[in-house]
Design a binder for this molecule. Structure first.
Ligand code: AP5
Length: 217
């Protein structure tokens, strides 16, 4: 299956992507994770992306599309993938459709995680990420047994630079301006399935998997 996960910052895309990708046995491809890996390695792509990420803005389409084109050309993505955080603008969605058509395929489904802004702010301000294995935690909703230490691998947790209050506000504006139009774009293609992303993580996963099943996934 070729899937896209769309939703506002903090909707739980990264959290759900891990479970959904494992369920359908495809690689999870997160543009945010790829940018962050480049930032921590200090690559030219990372240096460019960091300027936008720290301001809560989207990285320019051309840079992002080229990066995804390279990633989808890797062997593990041949038979399917779950894209988390891409596309994020209508031009990115058009480029993805064209890229897949050139490869002789098309997107199967787009899952939209639906939550309101207050919940997003609660989720992002308490998010912590593991430096070792990348697992996402939350100080209140999914806390580790020892503060600041990952239960899965024992490494230190950190707070993302773009999870500061003013940056979160900018990210929400960017989402409303540039990403929300994808709901109409994919709705018109008959590929959009809205998922209520409130409530416990496990409940959201069940709704997402049900959404896939209803479309034959
Ligand atoms: P990216 O990393 O994609 O950030 P995002 O879309 O803003 O999404 P987040 O990762 O912040 O949140 P999420 O929805 O994955 O939520 P999570 O599962 O962590 O992108 C970062 C930046 O990179 C962008 O701002 C941009 O600059 C750049 N970028 C990336 N892609 C781009 C593109 N295509 N084009 C241009 N620029 C791009 O959950 C959040 C928290 O909530 C966690 O603590 C989690 O434990 C908790 N939680 C999750 N589910 C629940 C639940 N059901 N109940 C309670 N808590 C929950």
């Amino acid at each position: 299956m070729r899937l896209v996960l769309v939703g506002p910052p903090g909707a739980g895309k990264g959290t759900q992507a891990e479970f959904i990708a494992a369920h359908i046995a495809v690689p999870k491809i997160s543009t945010g994770d790829i940018f962050r890996a480049n930032v921590s390695q200090g690559t030219p792509l990372g240096v460019e992306a960091k300027r936008y990420m720290d301001a809560g803005q989207l990285v320019p389409d051309e840079v992002t599309i080229n990066m995804v084109r390279d990633r989808l050309a890797e062997a593990d993505a041949t038979d399917g993938f779950l894209l988390d955080g891409f596309p994020r603008t209508v031009p990115q969605a058009v480029a993805l459709d064209k890229l897949l058509a050139d490869m002789g395929g098309m997107l199967d489904l787009v899952l939209e995680l639906v939550v309101d802004d207050d919940e997003v702010i609660r989720r992002l301000s308490g998010r912590r990420t593991c430096r070792g294995c990348g697992k996402i935690w939350h100080v209140e909703f999914d806390a580790t047994s020892r503060e600041g230490i990952c239960d899965r691998c024992g490494a230190e947790l950190f707070q993302r630079d773009d999870d500061k209050a003013e940056t979160i506000a900018n990210r929400l504006v960017e989402y409303a301006d540039k990403t929300a139009p994808l709901v109409d774009y994919y709705g018109a293609q008959g590929k959009l399935v809205g998922i209520d992303a409130t409530g416990p993580v496990e409940d959201v996963t069940v709704r997402a998997i049900d959404g896939l099943r209803s479309y034959g996934g």
